[in-house]
Ligand binder design. Structure first.
Ligand code: ARG
Length: 466
């Protein structure tokens, strides 16, 4: 490029070749090569716009488009050689294009900087990831609806403080996760809106004096609009932080679910059986069947939170506009994408093979005074103030604990000793089934309400019943 000392595309003003140590330290091609298809799509749209504005001839445009397609094919099949002395994905592709097609290739970078180019690549990449994540979240949500339908009517203890609290339907518990991952999906869809804004044309950071048409590039690449301020555009990674916070929330939900699965699959709980093919054994203890998948998903939340923290910390001290620090955004983004997508997909698969131990759940639900609140509510309906009712039931529970029995084991006379308001219809209230089905408030665990929720979800997820 008219300079013998530096072989870089930017080497014009340099007297010395870059030190090998600097090349090794500054390169990003070892990881940003994953952006190649977006870089090429962006370059094709950019070239198309340059031609429309008279900055490229028709022949030059054809040469550029064909040249880029040939490079993409070589990268696809693995024969393209990435060079770290060419720093990053942008220059690896551009240099190869110039080598392949000559002067037309050298015109491609008109009205463009790597600063707006990387912003474009990252937005295109994350837009695809949003679409992929929505599908993965739907797969996981579908697995919960299928479980909710399969175990409809099955009761289990609901917990607060990890202490038995009130009986619920297994399906109600499953639908809680359906809601959580539904919010994650909404968040991703919303984040996608702010990702899908076209940054090219900001150039280095001040815009360009060359005749460009940003709206045309936006349309060619399926963006909703173009960014409004070139300085903001060149230094903005809010969209990536937002994406990583969505990722963190998803992994957090996966981690809470994993914690329950680990707990539920212990011998002490024995609420569920995780299929053998999702567990591993111990090299020393022959009896062991370990829930490694949920444990690893739970463990991997550390890296996702870490990725979010990396990017936030990276950004906090940066003056406008582009700073090379920004190159450090990619690895945390890629790692979070890989971690969350792998976790979601294996979780959905594992849920599809999950079995609840219905007998054990029944035993667990029949003990632990879980209908105590129902007895208090019964008294409230008989005009006893709730605080008083609370005290009456508390005393009844204390007596039962002493006797080693449940509330349902008391005779009517025994139970009336605690309050004359109690009548024989109390036993309906003390039954687990009665308790569950009385909770008809919107969002409650009554079979009626849960059935409605599951049906609505089946419709939403296009699940056809049998
Ligand atoms: N590899 C760089 C990055 O990821 C691309 C932009 C480089 N721009 C520059 N002025 N050196 O951020």
């Amino acid at each position: 490029m008219g300079n013998t000392k530096s072989k870089k595309l930017w080497g014009g003003r340099f007297e010395e070749a870059t030190a090998a140590s600097v090349e090794a330290f500054t390169e990003s091609i070892s990881y940003d090569q994953r952006l190649y298809s977006y870089d090429i799509a962006g370059s094709k749209a950019h070239a198309t716009m340059l031609e429309a504005g008279g900055l490229l001839s028709k022949e030059e445009l054809t040469a550029i488009i064909d040249g880029l397609s040939a490079i993409e094919a070589r990268i696809d099949e693995g024969s393209f050689v990435f060079k770290s002395e060419l720093e990053d994905i942008h220059m690896n592709i551009e240099k190869s294009l110039i080598d392949d097609i000559g002067p037309a290739g050298a015109k491609l970078h008109s009205a463009r900087s790597r600063n707006d180019q990387i912003a474009l690549d990252l937005r295109l990449y994350l837009r695809d990831q949003c679409d992929r994540f929505m599908l993965l979240l739907d797969e996981t949500r579908r697995a919960f609806v299928v479980l909710a339908r399969k175990y409809m009517g099955q009761m289990m203890p609901g917990y607060t403080h990890t202490q038995r609290a009130q009986p619920v339907l297994v399906s109600h518990h499953m639908m809680a996760y359906y809601e959580m991952f539904g919010r994650d999906r909404e968040r991703i869809a919303d984040c996608r809106k702010r990702i899908n804004i076209m940054p090219l044309g900001a150039a280095a950071m001040a815009g360009t004096g060359l005749p460009i048409n940003r709206e045309m590039v936006a349309e060619l690449l399926g963006f909703d609009s173009v960014t409004a301020n070139s300085m903001d555009t060149a230094g903005d990674r809010d969209f990536a932080i937002e994406f990583l916070s969505c990722c963190t929330m998803i992994q957090l939900h996966l981690s809470r679910l994993s914690e329950e699965l680990v707990l539920w699959s212990t011998q002490e709980f024995s609420f569920v059986q995780i299929a053998d093919k999702f567990c591993t054994g111990s090299s020393i203890m022959p009896q062991k069947k370990n829930p490694d998948i949920p444990e690893l998903i739970r463990g991997k939340s550390g890296r996702v939170v870490g990725s979010l923290m990396s990017l936030i910390t990276l950004m906090k001290g940066l003056p406008l506009t582009y700073n090379r620090d920004l190159q450090e955004d990619k690895e945390p983004v890629f790692d979070a994408v890989d971690t969350v997508s792998a976790s979601l997909s294996i979780m959905a698969e594992m849920l599809g093979n999950l079995k609840f131990n219905t007998q054990r759940l029944k035993e667990a639900t029949d003990t632990g005074f879980m209908t105590a609140t129902d007895l208090a509510d019964y008294l409230v309906l008989h005009n006893v103030p709730f605080r008083e009712a609370h005290g009456i039931v508390g005393r009844a529970v204390a007596v039962c604990i002493e006797k080693g029995c449940e509330l349902t084991d008391l005779s009517l006379d025994e139970i009336r000793e605690f309050s004359p308001e109690i009548d024989k219809d109390v036993f309906d209230v003390l039954s687990v089934e009665g308790s569950i089905n009385s909770r008809v408030s919107t969002g409650g665990t009554a079979t009626l309400r849960v059935e409605e929720a599951v049906q609505a979800a089946e419709e939403q997820m296009s699940i056809v019943g049998d």
